[in-house]
Design a protein around this ligand. Structure first.
Ligand SMILES: *[C@@H]1O[C@H](CO)[C@@H](O)[C@H](O)[C@H]1NC(C)=O
Ligand SMILES: *[C@@H]1O[C@H](CO)[C@@H](O)[C@H](O)[C@H]1NC(C)=O
Ligand SMILES: *[C@@H]1O[C@H](CO)[C@@H](O)[C@H](O)[C@H]1NC(C)=O
Ligand SMILES: *[C@@H]1O[C@H](CO)[C@@H](O)[C@H](O)[C@H]1NC(C)=O
Length: 736
């Protein structure tokens, strides 16, 4: 059992190191720009992108910032927002007119709004808060922890928020503008039941603007009797933009409000579906038809036991079909929710007053029976199911959950792809492309990159994408970050690697993996997102790859101690490659595949050898296979040292020890000392002659000092090492 414990310990160690490495890789790359936040501010959650002026406006605690989209840390201005005794958290930032933005915040538990002058043109260089302050009730919540989803259209502000100090009166409001403010019915849990609003969007219903609808995305507690026990449901709600409320009943209340449940679930093995109900964020991807954007939604689970996240896609056709379907109605002996079977009054509740669908000019002219029906039937019976009836991405058993999503449409050689950028609650971003395998009904999710963008684990709470700048902007509690949409250079220095990456932003241009532009049609461009098949794309370039791609093969020597364990680390750049290991005892022996038995444990990160024996000395080849294309990514010469020689290695200035050191440090990709430390730790942790880690560290320290003394020798050895390094790139049978 002790041994198992140690193996686990070693893995924890390994994983930590790996994380640190990934983290520093992104944070220290010059691609990531971070605004670390002001010491007297926080909560950089409210974003407004203005691509024309080239600015990102960010609402935070007590401040509004204006960042340059080119480089957020290079050029920004800030204004202090109005607040007396308490902090003011900015919750609403909307374009008001050509020169001003509308800004609302929590105030000191007393919401306030104001106008922020930003100028007409970028050169105007103004960023000034008007001194005049308006009441922010029904626009911003009182409590900084609550969310508001808002949108300003034609001088009117649509906001889903809470309108009281206690955070109990949640409603969808329309304020500002020339009309009387209007809201959802108060204290009626059929309309809204402790909701949290996440997004507001205007989507036209026809070519006639009178039919324009406002859609709201939120999650709320399931209606009484809708679910056994306490449950959350994800919702889409609709309103007519020209709704002015009822005449006798529902006065200054919406008469066209309807809501439907959004389903995002996967079938379980026991026949019970696992539901992702905690809607977190929504992104609308425009299509050629402005009436039919694709709705991308991010969900998590409500369960404490089962932690998971999912992304589901919905079509507006399906949404409209549900709103035209049966209304939910409470009836029957158990007073349960059933589809309403009776006569629906005309015009059908939820229809906008317009010339398209009937002769009503305003909702004030609606017959009483329509208003009465609308008041008691705000929910639809049928839910909206996702496209293909299942999520496009599901992640379970991860130590993180999804929080945000933005999607970019990317033109590639073999078609158009939607690339998703998904933010998590630990400050990382997943870049994912879904590729049709045969048809729309069979999508394959391809994880392109996973990046850490904040120095400490913090939830990503805001995300905006600029196609003009090809940059992504991220907000969190601690600051704002900016990263490029593509970093083609990380996909290596060979055509095959570039191709296997399947990143629609990138293509092999004959010399390197670089940004693909559909306009600049050059025959040398190699890209294959759908299949990621380098055999068709790169076979004629193979020889060239062999010459240019030495950097892809790592070749090193490792020393292990008899009866201890060792770990051969091998994680290919492509997240989808399958690895397997070959062993060759000596140059004239043939290579044999290492099976996952006999004390060898295959992991995603490498190969663990539990107990080293003298016979394990030899060459280990880590082969990465993807789409029948095989590449040797690592060649390790392992030398197992018997116990008697260990003392020599550790205590005496033995040549072997020096050589081991030199080998370790000479590998160009393996410079971080932690890695050496870790590996040695692994190979020695089991050893009986070492009493404590302290003693071990002492040895390492001595070796490092010795290593520094031997710098000259090291450089010489490095030269030799480089000459020894070879590149292997071979084709495997397509069946592998
Ligand atoms: C916060 O500090 C910045 C300078 O770091 C200053 O310009 C700003 O006025 C301060 N804000 C408040 C609300 O005190
Ligand atoms: C952004 O601006 C900062 C500060 O001026 C500078 O240090 C950094 O190199 C710039 N980064 C990029 C990617 O331009
Ligand atoms: C925009 O609105 C602000 C605030 O009401 C007003 O002062 C300003 O004159 C308006 N600008 C234009 C161009 O209408
Ligand atoms: C290594 O393990 C083998 C088999 O358990 C044992 O016979 C041998 O004595 C061990 N060697 C050392 C140095 O502990």
């Amino acid at each position: 059992r002790f041994c198992v414990f140690k193996v686990i310990l070693c893995f924890l160690f390994y994983i930590n190191h790996c994380d640190i490495f990934v983290l520093t890789e992104m944070l220290e790359s010059n691609n990531l720009v971070t605004f670390e936040g002001l010491s007297n501010s926080s909560s950089y959650h409210t974003f407004l992108m203005d691509e024309e002026k080239g600015r990102l406006v960010v609402g935070a605690k007590d401040h509004v910032f204006s960042f340059s989209l080119v480089n957020i840390s290079h050029d920004f201005t800030q204004v202090r927002t109005y607040s007396r005794e308490c902090s003011n958290f900015i919750k609403v930032l909307q374009p008001f007119n050509q020169t001003h933005l509308y800004v609302c915040g929590t105030g000191a538990f007393h919401p306030v709004c104001s106008y922020l002058e930003v100028g007409k043109k970028p050169e105007d260089n103004v960023f000034r808060l008007e001194p005049h302050v308006e009441n922010g009730r029904g626009k911003s919540p009182y409590d900084p922890r609550l969310l508001t989803a808002s949108m300003l259209i034609d001088g009117e502000l649509y906001a889903g928020t809470s309108a009281d100090f206690m955070g109990r009166d949640f409603a969808i409001f329309r304020t500002l503008g020339k009309h009387h403010p209007i809201r959802t019915e108060q204290h009626d849990s059929r309309w809204l039941n402790d909701p949290r609003f996440l997004g507001v969007h205007l989507i036209p219903e026809s070519d006639n603007p009178e039919d324009d609808k406002i859609y709201l995305f939120f999650r709320e507690s399931a209606m009484d009797g809708e679910h056994v026990g306490k449950a959350t449901h994800a919702r889409i709600g609709q309103l007519c933009k020209n709704d002015l409320g009822g005449h006798r009943s529902l006065v200054n209340k919406w008469t066209t409000f309807l809501k439907a449940r959004l389903i995002c679930s996967v079938p379980g093995s026991n026949g019970i579906d696992t539901h992702f109900d905690e809607l977190q964020d929504v992104f609308l991807m425009s299509t050629k038809d402005p009436k039919s954007p694709i709705v991308y939604a991010v969900f998590t689970t409500s369960s404490n036991i089962f932690k998971g996240s999912a992304v589901c896609m919905y079509s507006m056709t399906d949404v409209r079909r549900v709103f035209l379907g049966p209304y939910a109605h409470r009836d029957g002996p158990n007073y349960q929710w059933v589809p309403f079977q009776g006569r629906v009054p005309y015009p059908r509740p939820g229809t906008c007053p317009s010339k398209t669908f009937g002769g009503f000019d305003t909702t004030k002219d609606l017959p009483d029976e329509v208003v009465t029906f609308a008041r008691s039937h705000p929910a639809m019976f049928n839910p909206v199911y996702p496209i293909n009836n299942r999520p496009i991405i599901v992640k379970t058993d991860k130590d993180y959950q999804f929080t945000q999503i933005v999607v970019d449409k990317v033109e590639a050689e073999d078609g158009q792809y939607d690339v998703m950028f998904i933010g998590t609650d630990i400050g990382t971003i997943l870049k994912v492309v879904s590729v049709p395998r045969g048809s729309w009904h069979d999508l394959e999710e391809v994880l392109l990159e996973e990046m850490t963008v904040f120095r400490e684990p913090t939830a990503i709470t805001a995300m905006e994408l600029s196609t003009k700048q090809q940059q992504l902007y991220l907000g969190s509690n601690i600051g704002v970050s900016q990263m490029p949409l593509h970093r083609c250079e990380v996909y290596g220095k060979a055509c095959a690697e570039c191709c296997l990456a399947r990143d629609p932003y990138c293509a092999w241009d004959g010399a390197e993996c670089s940004r693909y532009f559909p306009m600049a049609k050059r025959r040398t461009r190699r890209q294959d997102i759908r299949n990621g098949d380098p055999l068709t794309q790169c076979s004629d370039l193979q020889h060239q790859d062999e010459l240019s791609g030495q950097a892809t093969l790592q070749d090193k020597t490792l020393y292990g101690v008899e009866n201890s364990s060792t770990f051969l680390e091998c994680s290919p750049k492509s997240q989808r490659a399958v690895t397997y290991w070959q062993f060759q005892r000596s140059a004239d022996d043939h290579k044999q595949e290492i099976q996952s038995e006999d004390g060898f444990v295959h992991t995603e990160q490498g190969l663990l050898i539990r107990t080293l024996a003298k016979k394990d000395s030899g060459v280990y080849l880590c082969q990465a296979v993807e789409h029948g294309f095989m590449q040797t990514v690592l060649k390790v010469t392992l030398e197992v040292i018997d116990t008697e020689r260990l003392d020599d290695l550790l205590h005496r200035d033995n040549e072997a020890a020096a050589a081991a050191n030199v080998q370790e440090f000479s590998s160009p990709r393996e410079s971080p000392n932690q890695r050496l430390w870790y590996r040695d730790f692994l190979s020695l942790v089991n050893h009986p002659t070492l009493n404590s880690v302290d003693e071990f560290c002492e040895q390492i320290w001595k070796r490092e000092r010795k290593h520094r003394k031997q710098k000259w020798k090291h450089l010489q050895e490095r030269q030799k090492g480089r000459n020894r390094r070879t590149h292997e790139l071979e084709r495997a049978p397509r069946s592998v």
